[in-house]
Design a protein around this ligand. Structure first.
Ligand code: ZN
Length: 412
């Protein structure tokens, strides 16, 4: 199959004008100028015309369970109040609600050009009820033990055997100790052990709110008191940042994706860099909560791999990665190419998929998206004078093509 497009952004190499991508089954086998890649005898050709073709977006942090919570929690609550509200909402939802939520989430992601998502799954018992996911999905099983211990070992065994049997589910399976205030060090250790034993990735939320920062760094504040009232033994608080608490126990490594990391002590930069963990910033969720500025520049200066995610619709109004890219540009001086690289190359690195996802090159997986050129931003289609990266970041419409593993995903 040969895809032609007026502009191709391979991301790991310079833009191509009037380019071609050859896909065989699930793999890209060649990319170049259309003139250099003529169709082979009998090959199907798809000409996307006045469009930009690039790797499908990677959303490195999402909770599809909560898609139907959209608009349910007004912004500007304190983080502690938000947690209480979402917990009440969670209890009001039925199994059918959650299944519908996940399906709607996939639909929204596809409409925004996402082909890979790192999804945190709070209800692994839903998995057997779900159809084969349309997108490449890493399912991170959420682990929480603040109120009571559950049989994590049994749940883990069930999930491992589920994914062994469902080889048509693209992506992977990992663990997500929720956050240091809701998950014990034992749960983080379990995730670490699974990383070492099975090569499983993990993800977690760290230092998301000022309340969490106060709780760990100074042993005080509303989150500290709220969790204390639930019976949490807060003896781990007041000795250092939330991140240092986990790093000291040796439970964060380079197979971990840390969501947020908004509030850091000076010593944390060195710590996170040393672990090799990736950080996922969720720009619109960040604005929703009104957090202090995200320390993007400092993290990047320390060599930390920072990628982007949407978080859930309980703290966002869309799952569109282009609006996340525009949002991060509002607050940080980042070029269009840089934000696309954060989503694609850094997202792929976070998932251990460098060279496979987030770029178009021979040997990469055929996860591709194409956006038609929108007349408002054009003088002439495919013209080299229009910055091709900017055109993608500024585009608003759904894609004209979405390929996952070489297969075309129907769009609404
Ligand atoms: Zn989250």
């Amino acid at each position: 199959m040969l895809y032609l497009s007026d502009v191709i952004l391979p991301i790991a190499s310079p833009p191509l004008y009037r380019g071609a991508v050859r896909v065989e089954e699930a793999e890209v086998v060649a990319v170049g100028r259309a003139a250099d890649l003529p169709p082979q005898p009998g090959e199907t050709v798809v000409d996307l015309g006045a469009s930009t073709l690039l790797p499908g977006f990677i959303n490195a942090h999402c909770h599809l369970d909560y898609t139907k919570f959209r608009g349910s929690i007004a912004p500007k609550q304190s983080f502690t109040e938000w947690i209480k509200t979402i917990n009440a909402l969670r209890r009001s939802f039925t199994t059918e609600d959650y299944i519908e939520s996940i399906a709607q989430g996939f639909e929204l992601l596809a409409q925004g050009g996402v082909t890979t998502v790192a999804n945190i799954e709070a209800f692994p018992e839903l998995l057997p009820h779900l159809p084969v996911p349309p997108l490449r999905t890493w399912w991170f099983l959420e682990l929480i033990d603040v109120r009571a211990r559950v049989n994590q070992d049994q749940m883990l065994r069930d999930c491992l055997s589920f994914f062994e049997k469902h080889t048509d589910w693209l992506g992977g399976f990992g663990l997500s100790p929720h956050a240091p205030y809701t998950a014990s060090v034992d749960l983080y250790r379990l995730a670490r052990t699974c990383g070492e034993k099975y090569g499983m990735l993990s993800t977690t939320h760290i230092a998301e709110s000022v309340e969490e920062h106060e709780m760990f760094s100074y042993g005080r504040g509303p989150l500290h008191d709220f969790l204390g009232s639930l019976g949490r033994d807060n003896s781990d608080c007041g000795h250092g940042s939330a991140l240092s608490h986990l790093v000291e126990h040796g439970v964060i490594a380079n197979d971990c994706i840390i969501a947020h990391l908004n509030y850091l002590q000076d010593y944390d930069y060195e710590l996170v860099a040393r672990t090799g963990a990736s950080v996922v910033h969720c720009p619109k969720c960040h604005t929703y909560f009104g957090h202090a500025p995200f320390p993007l520049k400092a993290l990047r200066e320390y060599g930390v791999n920072v990628c982007l995610g949407t978080d859930s619709l309980a703290s966002n109004n869309s799952l569109d990665m282009r609006s996340e890219m525009r949002e991060v540009q509002e607050f940080h001086s980042l070029g269009d190419r840089e934000v696309l690289e954060m989503v694609l190359l850094n997202g792929a690195q976070a998932l251990g998929q460098t060279g496979k996802l987030g770029q178009i090159s021979p040997g990469s997986v055929a996860d591709l998206v194409a956006f038609a050129h929108e007349p408002a931003s054009e003088s002439s289609s495919g013209s080299p004078e229009i910055d091709p990266y900017r055109r993608v970041v500024q585009s608003r419409k759904p894609p004209v093509l979405l390929l996952v593993h070489g297969r075309r995903i129907p769009l609404g």
